[in-house]
Design a protein. Structure first.
Length: 116
């Protein structure tokens, strides 16, 4: 049976019986602050300077205007962002109507209560 209490690596008491961090655990230093991501971004920036990016975006705009759905979707993702939630289905609306619930009103009243 595997032990999760950390005793084998000198960290006894860091974890509970289920292997989760125990209450009051201070945690570690975590991973370094995005050093790898910064290095990749630097390489991308060098390989694709702003003038090249401007040309790419101009081409995407022209393609989107010409009816290219992928270009339109790509631009929309940058300009307006992707939806955080899935669209409501007709089935969900029917169920909410049958139940007499209004999730928009419920969210609004919850937000109003939390504002105090």
């Amino acid at each position: 049976m595997t032990r999760f209490d950390g005793a084998e690596n000198g960290h006894a008491g860091d974890r509970d019986r289920a292997g989760r961090f125990a209450t009051g655990n201070q945690g570690g230093p975590g991973r370094p602050r995005r050093a790898t991501e910064r290095a990749y971004l630097a390489v991308i920036s060098e390989a694709c300077p702003q003038d090249a990016w401007r040309e790419i975006v101009a081409r995407a705009v022209a393609d989107a205007k010409a009816g290219d759905a992928k270009a339109r979707d790509w631009l929309a993702a940058y300009l307006v962002g992707r939806p955080e939630t899935a669209a409501v289905t007709l089935h969900t609306l029917a169920v909410e109507d049958a139940a007499g619930t209004d999730p928009v009103a419920a969210d609004a009243s919850l937000a109003a209560m939390m504002a105090f």
